[in-house]
Design a protein around this ligand. Structure first.
Ligand code: UDP
Ligand code: MG
Length: 322
């Protein structure tokens, strides 16, 4: 993967994961093609640039449409997954394919919620030296109150847990060849790309855009999938929840000392029911001890978890050596 100088025209691959998107693909492909042709015409990107649709095991005519696009115009490429593997995996499949030839990759959703015009600014920033450009939603007016509220809570929670999410950024982003190469070194199976990309490093910037409503069709992320996505995000970025068990255990042990003192005072001053003192004391103390023990075991499991991810320990940006 030789890196091309940013002084020449670079090859852009736009990667679009699609799951049952037959209702939007005609429009999406038309607009993306127009955008690419304009960029090629303006001399911003090389003519070998491509639009890659990844069919994530769709059950409708999505793949037939992608196949047709490819036959009609070689600017369209397609990748078909053998079955539905979810948005993140579909995106990764497309990015892996793109990494062979692309100098720049941009990932975006198929439903035209991401403003295609932001691509121009992303590419400008790339030529100015950025390796990662995050598309950030300026307003969430089109989302329901519920979606806005849950999304905000999610970003806050993840950042508290030690993850590094770019606020209001989904998976609309540009990556340079070397940033993509860095990302592909993350070998983990449970992937949460928007949390992993910031770990790659390099110079990054954001481009804000207004997120539109879905062009057609319905969201492939109903509440149940959204919750499991959020859970996946937290558990794949952080082992802090385990530490929390440990801390709660310590807290309960401290409380149990107070409870023991209280019980003893009651025991000697009032007439308590026989057996009450010893029972309450042991429940609190043992409860605390058990949580500490679970938390301790958890700490080791957390370490094993991080080891099994085999993440790159570093990514080198530059070496000066003669
Ligand atoms: N998607 C996918 N596989 C899935 C679910 C979704 O490839 O299992 C794609 C979908 O076609 C779209 C993108 O992921 O291009 C985002 O999905 P959607 O727009 O439904 O999510 P929302 O914008 O509602 O969060
Ligand atoms: Mg969408």
């Amino acid at each position: 993967m030789q890196e091309r100088s940013r002084k020449e025209k670079n090859i852009l691959y736009i990667v679009v994961p699609c799951y049952n998107e037959e209702q939007v693909l005609a429009e999406t492909s038309k607009r993306l093609k127009e955008k690419c042709e304009m960029l090629i015409h303006d001399g911003k990107i090389a003519k070998e640039s491509r639009i890659v649709f990844v069919d994530d095991g769709s059950k409708d005519h999505t793949w037939n449409m992608i196949d047709e696009f490819h036959k009609m115009d070689s600017i369209f490429s397609g990748v078909k997954l053998s079955r539905n593997r979810g948005h993140q995996n579909a995106l990764l499949a497309g990015l892996t394919m793109a990494s062979e030839k692309a100098d720049i990759v941009i990932s975006m959703d198929a439903d035209l919620q991401d403003d295609i015009n932001a691509v121009d600014q992303m590419i400008e920033k790339y030529y100015e030296g950025c390796d990662i450009v995050y598309g950030v939603r300026s307003a969430r007016d089109t989302d329901t109150f519920f979606k806005r509220f849950t999304a905000e809570a999610f970003y806050k929670l993840i950042n508290k847990m030690g993850g590094e999410l770019v606020y209001n950024h989904a998976d609309y982003r540009l990556m340079s060849k070397r940033a993509l190469k860095g990302l592909l070194e993350f070998d983990e199976v449970n992937i949460f790309l928007r949390g992993m990309v910031p770990m790659v490093g390099y110079q990054s910037d954001i481009v804000t855009y207004e997120r539109a409503e879905r062009f057609a069709g319905e969201s492939k992320y109903p509440l149940k999938k959204m919750l499991s996505f959020a859970f996946e995000g937290i558990t794949s970025l952080s082992v802090k929840p385990i530490k929390m068990i440990f801390n709660v255990g310590i807290l309960i042990c401290v409380i149990s000392v107070l409870a023991i003192i209280y019980c003893l005072v009651r025991h000697f001053t009032n007439n308590t029911v026989s057996g009450w003192t010893s029972l309450v004391m042991s429940i609190w103390f043992l409860g605390g001890l058990q949580l500490i023990a679970i938390g301790m075991v958890g700490q080791y499991i957390g370490k094993i978890y991080l080891e099994t991810k085999a993440r790159p320990k570093f990514i080198i940006e530059q070496v000066l050596n003669d």
